[in-house]
Write a protein that binds this ligand. Structure first.
Ligand code: 5GP
Length: 188
């Protein structure tokens, strides 16, 4: 059985502490609440990685919000690389026609996943469509993505924690960290 302590032992460095993340989420919540004041906002998050961020961000927002969840998988890539070929595993539950929509993402790396998602959601006729991401890794961007709300810009490193996984593990860590290289190389 793997305990949280074992997961933490796999971490080489903490990139963003729980306090840093929570402070940033509160700041984003304040900005979003002010920007959308007087309007109804629909938050659309992308499972599974964005789950903790979505849960914290929606509670940091003080205006009325609706939420919806999508799940996509990029296929043809590797455990740490996105391929840009996106499959929708779970679609929106309700129509976003005429809604002010804010996409809530965990991380933008190449931008291929979000590029697909933005085009897909634009086709659903929202009143407006903006992007909020906790983490931005601009070094590897392949397509330009207009980011309206950015938590942190991070270096070109594969990170885990606060929703982000490696082999479906580490999502439950409260911080964002970098794994020890042995974790990638040793068999599970
Ligand atoms: P993109 O299409 O922008 O290259 O990547 C989007 C998806 O790849 C993210 O939603 C995330 O699932 C995964 N991803 C990209 N970079 C990282 C990373 O550093 N760590 C983890 N765990 N996943 C990542």
């Amino acid at each position: 059985m793997t305990r949280t302590a074992d997961l933490i032992a796999d971490v080489a460095a903490v990139l963003l502490s729980e306090d840093q993340i929570q402070e940033k989420v509160a700041e984003l919540g304040r900005r979003i609440s002010a920007d959308y004041a007087g309007r109804e906002l629909t938050l659309v998050s992308v499972l599974k990685g964005s789950l903790p961020f979505m849960a914290d961000l929606m509670r940091a927002i003080t205006i009325p919000v609706q939420i919806d969840l999508m799940e996509v998988s990029s296929y043809g890539g590797t455990a740490t690389e996105s391929s840009g070929l996106v499959r929708i595993l779970k679609d929106l539950s309700s129509s976003i026609d005429g809604h002010h929509v804010l996409i809530v993402e965990d991380i933008i790396d190449t931008g291929l996943t979000l590029n697909y998602l933005v085009r897909y959601l634009r086709g659903k006729n929202p009143a407006s469509l903006r992007i909020c991401t906790l983490l931005d890794k601009p070094a590897r961007r392949l397509v330009e993505i207009p980011i309206d709300y950015r938590g942190f810009e991070i270096p070109d490193q594969f990170v885990i924690g606060y929703g982000l996984d490696y082999g479906e593990r580490y999502r439950n860590l409260r911080f964002v960290g970098v794994l020890r290289p042995e974790v990638y190389t040793s068999p599970a």
